[in-house]
Design a protein around this ligand. Structure first.
Ligand code: PEP
Ligand code: MG
Length: 329
């Protein structure tokens, strides 16, 4: 009998052949955690911390950030929290950045000083956030994730700054989780193509397809005029995802996918077939993705993935994936 979406939240996320899949949620604010858990999330795979900054008139102080992270950890009651460091810039400007004309300074803001680049150029901002996250890390299982890494030196620099912050905390006798896992969003093609090298320097990857697509096919993710060219089904995008997952498997590090694609039903079988075992999803989509994965087995998904690799256009890929989905749900 088909499970209703309400019942699904209590059922395990396993495929028909018993393969366990981790279903996590994407959030912007700690208040979204209880409904995400209600929908079946077993942790947060992407906490977009910049939204605290976007909602405020002034940059939130360390204590306010700390309290917000502690609230998130408490709401999770022992489930894991992946905190992404600030992903500001481009389309995400704080009130202060707008006042400073931040939206007009750059000719190509999505290729500009955004995300980790902005943090590396603004150390007080970055260090304050890292201190707040580290202080909160004593309260439950927390991971730190750096966004928009495009170059291994950027990652090394970010990790050095994290180390500096840890040393400051040590000197002040402030506790934090010393073994906190460090990961990156793989959302720039250069990082995807160099995934193997990155596995040697991080504990986990999270594939950010929202940006990975726009940078791979050179289509602004928010531009309506060319929206039809922005496609997760583009064979080049799929091939990058495949390589990132494979690099993670070889190095035995966790790989999740936290772009919108993780919550789009037509891609569930393909992603499982490519070896993905952790999806981080917008909370309302969790029950539907669980329903699909509970209706398929891995061998069937691997066949789908092999078939997809033979297509040359996103149209063919999508038509095929929709047909296959129609056969199982
Ligand atoms: C992504 O790029 O896929 C992602 C999850 O991050 P954001 O949408 O916040 O850029
Ligand atoms: Mg992104």
């Amino acid at each position: 009998m088909e499970d209703t979406l309400g019942e699904l939240s209590k059922l395990p996320a396993v495929t028909k052949d018993g393969t366990k899949v981790n279903l996590l949620a994407n959030i912007e604010f700690p208040s979204e955690i209880p409904p995400a858990i209600h929908n079946g999330a077993v942790g947060i795979g992407l906490y977009r911390t910049e939204f605290l900054f976007l909602a405020a008139d002034n940059e939130p102080a360390e204590q306010e950030q700390y309290e917000t992270y502690v609230e998130a950890i408490r709401n999770l009651d022992g489930l894991p929290l992946t905190v992404r460091t600030l992903d500001l810039g481009a389309d995400k400007l704080t009130h202060q950045m707008t006042l400073a004309g931040g939206d007009t300074h750059e000719r190509n803001p999505f290729l500009g000083c955004r995300s980790i680049r902005l943090c590396l150029q603004n150390l007080p901002l970055f260090k304050t956030q890292l201190r707040a996250i580290l202080r909160a890390s004593t309260q439950g299982p927390v991971k730190i994730m750096f966004p928009l890494i495009s170059n291994i030196m950027e990652l090394r620099q970010a990790k050095m700054i994290l180390n500096d912050v840890m040393e400051d905390l040590d000197e002040q006798g402030i506790e934090y989780a010393r073994d906190i896992p460090i990961g990156i969003m793989v959302e720039v093609p250069s990082a995807a193509l160099q995934a193997r090298a990155f596995t040697r320097e991080v504990d986990f990857f999270s594939i950010g397809t929202n940006d990975l697509i726009q940078y791979t096919v050179a289509v602004d993710r928010g531009n309506e005029r060319i929206a039809s060219l922005y496609s997760a089904a583009h064979p080049a995008v799929i091939s990058l995802i495949k390589e990132i997952i494979r690099a993670g498997q070889r190095a035995k590090i966790d790989v999740s996918l936290c772009g919108e694609m993780a919550g789009e039903p037509e891609f569930t079988m393909l992603l499982l077939g490519l070896g993905l075992r952790c999806f981080s999803i917008t909370p309302p989509a969790i029950p539907e993705i669980k329903r699909i994965l509970r209706s398929v087995n891995i061998e069937q998904c691997q066949k789908v993935a092999r078939r997809v690799s033979a297509f040359d256009s996103d149209r063919e890929v999508l038509n095929y994936l929709r047909d296959e989905l129609g056969k199982v749900v």
